[in-house]
Design a protein around this ligand. Sequence first.
Ligand code: ASP
Length: 440
Amino acid sequence: MMKKVVKFGGSSLASARQFKKVGNIIRSDKARRYVVPSAPGKRNDKDEKVTDLLYQCYDAAAAGTAYKKILEKIKRRYEEIIEGLDLNLNLDHEFNRIEENFIAKAGRDYAASRGEYLNGILMAQYLGYEFIDAAEVIFFDDNGGFDAEGTNKELGERLEHVERAVIPGFYGSTHSGVVKTFSRGGSDVTGSVVARAIHADMYENWTDVSGVLVADPRIVENPEVIETITYRELRELAYMGASVLHEDAIFPVRKEGIPINIRNTNRPEDKGTLIVESTCRKPRYTITGIAGKKGFCSINVEKAMMNSEVGFGRKVLQVFEDYGISFEHMPSGIDTMTIFVHQPEFEEYEQSVIAGIHRAVEPDFVEMESDLALIAVVGRGMKATRGTAGRIFSALAHARVNVKMIDQGSSELNVIIGVKNADFEDAIKAIYDMFIMSEM
Ligand code: ASP
């Protein structure tokens, strides 16, 4: 029998109504055997996530200030769902224990994890699946780092004989029993770790959008959904700001070659986005996606005969390293090299870095430009297609966007373009129109 791990995000589990949609989704496919829930999220724009309430409540309790109202609010969120689903379940006992542990200062991670823990109990009861506390099967070392291999072994053994189970997302425990969480959004990681341990055929990640979008919907109106994307393409896009999955959710499944399917709980008929290691499926458009970030600055170092000075680049980069600044890109000419860095990270050390470069390589001059944006045009389809770069730049020229920097990785998987912050949105729209609208 096929095995699927299904992870549901907070908005998919924010109310009884959402739980019912989730129940229908799980029951409509027998392969959906292992369920990883998040904590209840926002029911509307003004609502609060249970995880945030738990942090607030714990901080208040640990500081010895009033916390009971917040705890009540959290309790009501669960009771509302229990009533709406007509479940015969009472969480009083659980809440008493949580309160005791808060007062005993059990830690912020413990506090935050209770959102998933309680939702897991609820979900297991609703589905009639076994509940497995993540603290018993997901492990962290004493420094808080995730113990991937220990977890994989324990989880694999535990689930081998369990046909259907609910494993709450986001947390686990150290070997000495202290509850630890992944970083925010970490239920994605739990889903991926479970999928690896049971050798799943598919990891379905259910959320409130119909997949990964070609471009940011705040910039492009109603962007298309990407049908199939490779892990590498996704990483490029995510790095450049497209928010899809928790970054650490890729590695466990990638290792095992398990595809991830991003799906929409509110539109289960949509196929969503399939994330795979590699594919011979042609992308629908030449490019797979566009993403970008504002807030970079460039430092241009010029020196006659730089090209023949061995070690020049290293010495310049060493200065950045000394101040703990990571660089993003480094396009270069014969007698120039330009370093792109994150503006906020750089500003603090600006003058020291410039002085350091003068000392290290005695350049003819150093020039800086701030308020730049980087845009990544990503697509495995670019490799085989002539004229992609030509089309990108003619789209930008038509939109009257001046290009500050161009960088095409040798993988031919992406083209990175530097523009002024002020041109960022126009540039993305122009590229989107050129590839998506005209290839439709
Ligand atoms: N509930 C946690 C958070 O809000 C984890 C998750 O939803 O994935 O970050």
